[in-house]
Write a protein that binds this ligand. Structure first.
Ligand code: ARG
Length: 597
């Protein structure tokens, strides 16, 4: 999907050409393989690595007489690399990764072009480094809590990860439809509405004060539902009346949704996340048509009184109409998928939920492929992707809960992170240096940033342990450390007493010192990393990049004197370029940068 035109010869682009040749020689039967080139995970091994061996191995396994394991493919890729002045050696690591080091000679030769690219970025803004993706419009379906149930930590993960993916796509000039697919249309509404009528015979008095805690309200009504068969029957009838659109029921439903919404909107406001609610109820009118289309394609069958779609390789079919004739989660998702493809004309539809829903989405996408709504080829567009994430664990290794309640309330977590940061700042005497507003803003930026970064820095598919102590540590790979590192760079520039805007116009960057080169090359990888994080839907790649950038900066700053040196102008510009890129990383991760510490 890449259309890499930023600089004529970005290192990765040129390496890709070399590896393309090697791949063609290594596996002549697989000609449509794109070289997978990424910055080296461990800079000790080299600058870039080629990750194709494993994927190729899964294609030739059992068929090839030449290769017995992925390492051997890696060896062959390495051996078949055409000789080039660009490379200063290559090596094999793990199951066939080919690491390469760029030669000093080539870097020196390419330097003018690199310097120009950095200089342009400084003059015209970081937008000049935006990746170019071939997708024009995408839907990101994220957050998506369920009405009347409290948003829990899983929804926090979905909100944070979804927002970052949306931001990265937006930066890459994709129009993103941010969709909150709230659960506002389940059978639970019959129960809730009936309970509401019981407690408040006149709807006029219903408001959030009257209902109080909606979660408690949900629990009380569930108790009633499970213990009183009469109530249960009335609740089931209420669902039918609601779905038939009876005024009284619609109003009660709308009231409950409204109260729930004020709760989660507070969370979005805290997190600075924008998204548009198009809940399950929105797609309800589209279900019959979507199912009819699938029926015409011969996909829908009768099974045990329900209407279902069988999916190859799955034991249980996807139920699209329940035995009682009602629709369910899957019917809604089919209609939503149809709507997004046909009405919203999205080319990429991305769903962010816990990995527990993987099966649901696999079946959904498989059904859509059978119906011809999505192409069979996973690389082709329009495309649907499930972005699954693991559980949030407490420090005891169990599912994250607080002592008093069963689930953790999101807002409380954010408030606690902020207040811990504020205490730490006060301990460092900042309350005497700063205004109350500055103190509050900084505590908020660092506290919320810490919660987000702790989540995003892990590969999302793994479980992660929620620990305030860890995420608020000012050393190591945390937002606190990174925000402070950024503020330190800003203070170097401030203390130089130079007008950086003026320097941008008249000054030139030079990367003479080895540590300057390391930093400069790392800066130039920014766009590639964002592009990869978009393509793989893995924001942790960007976090890793940001952390390494700040390490490279430390290396540079330790070994290269900035203020008062002969190279002061160039080095101040390099500081500024680092700060600009760091700020863009923060922005993409939904973190507010701070400028003072
Ligand atoms: N409301 C669901 C939940 O809390 C998530 C919805 C995800 N989006 C979708 N289109 N199914 O688990």
């Amino acid at each position: 999907m890449a259309n890499d035109q930023r600089i004529a010869g970005s290192p990765r682009q040129q390496l890709a050409k070399l590896f393309e040749e090697s791949l063609r020689l290594t596996i002549p039967d697989e000609l449509d393989i794109d070289p997978a080139i990424a910055p080296c995970q461990n800079p000790k091994f080299g600058d870039y690595q080629c990750n194709n061996a494993m994927g190729l191995w899964s294609k030739v396994k059992g068929k090839s007489t030449q290769f017995k394991n992925p390492q051997q493919i890696g060896q062959a890729i390495k051996a078949n690399l055409p000789s080039s002045e660009m490379l200063d050696g290559s090596s094999i690591a793990g199951p066939g990764f080919v690491n390469v080091k760029l030669s000093g000679q080539w870097i020196a030769k390419s330097l003018p072009e690199f310097l120009q690219s950095i200089q342009n970025m400084l003059m015209d803004g970081i937008e000049t480094w935006a990746p170019k993706l071939s997708v024009k419009r995408a839907v990101v379906d994220f957050s998506s809590p369920n009405i009347a149930k409290e948003m829990h930590v899983g929804h926090l993960r979905s909100t944070i990860i979804g927002d970052t993916l949306a931001r990265m796509l937006e930066y890459s000039n994709v129009e993103v439809l941010r969709r909150n697919h709230v659960g506002d249309w389940g059978t639970q509404f019959g129960m809730l509405i009936e309970f509401l009528f019981e407690k408040f015979p006149s709807l006029e008095v219903v408001n959030d004060q009257a209902i109080g805690d909606l979660e408690a309200f949900y629990k009380a009504s569930k108790l009633r539902f499970d213990s009183d068969p009469d109530f249960k029957e009335r609740a089931q009838r209420a669902v039918v009346s609601l779905q038939a659109g009876e005024e009284k029921y619609r109003r009660a439903w709308a009231e409950i949704c409204k109260i729930s919404r004020t709760g989660y909107e507070k969370v979005y406001e805290h997190l600075g996340v924008e998204l548009e609610e198009k809940g399950e109820s929105f797609y309800n009118p589209y279900i019959p048509n979507a199912l009819e289309l699938l029926n015409k394609e011969g996909l829908i069958e009768e099974s045990e009184g329900a209407r279902v779609i069988f999916i190859e390789g799955k034991k249980i079919p996807l139920i699209v109409v329940k035995r009682d004739g009602g629709y369910n989660y899957a019917s809604t998702d089919l209609a939503a998928l149809w709507y997004r493809l046909n009405e919203e004309k999205a080319e990429w539809i991305i769903y962010v939920t816990d990995v527990g829903q993987r099966e649901h989405f696999e079946m959904l996408f498989a059904a859509a492929k059978r119906a011809g709504w999505l192409p069979a080829d996973d690389k082709a567009y329009p495309k649907a992707s499930h972005v699954g994430f693991g559980l949030v664990l407490g420090e005891d290794g169990k599912r994250f809960r607080t002592r008093s309640t069963e689930t953790v309330k999101l807002v409380d977590l954010l408030i606690e992170a902020k207040s811990r940061c504020k205490t730490a700042l006060i301990e460092r005497g900042k309350d005497k240096e700063w205004t109350e507003e500055e103190l509050d803003k900084t505590a908020e930026a660092v506290g919320y940033g810490a919660v987000k970064y702790a989540d995003l820095k892990n590969n999302r598919t793994t479980n992660y342990t929620f620990s305030f102590d860890q995420m608020l540590n000012d050393k190591g790979n945390t937002a606190v450390y990174l925000l402070y590192a950024h503020a330190r760079i800003c203070s170097i520039i401030r203390k130089s007493g130079k007008d950086i805007e003026e320097l941008k116009k008249v000054g030139k960057i030079d990367l003479a010192h080895p540590d300057e080169r390391v930093l400069g090359l790392h800066l130039l990888q920014f766009a590639e990393v964002v592009e990869d994080s978009c393509t793989n839907l893995l924001p942790n790649g960007l976090c890793e990049y940001l952390y390494n950038l700040s390490e490279d900066f430390t290396g540079f700053y330790t070994n290269c004197q900035v203020v008062g040196s002969a190279e002061e102008t160039s080095r101040l510009l390099l500081c500024e370029a680092t700060a600009v890129v760091m700020r863009k990383c923060f922005h993409l991760l939904g973190i507010t940068p701070v400028y003072k510490i």
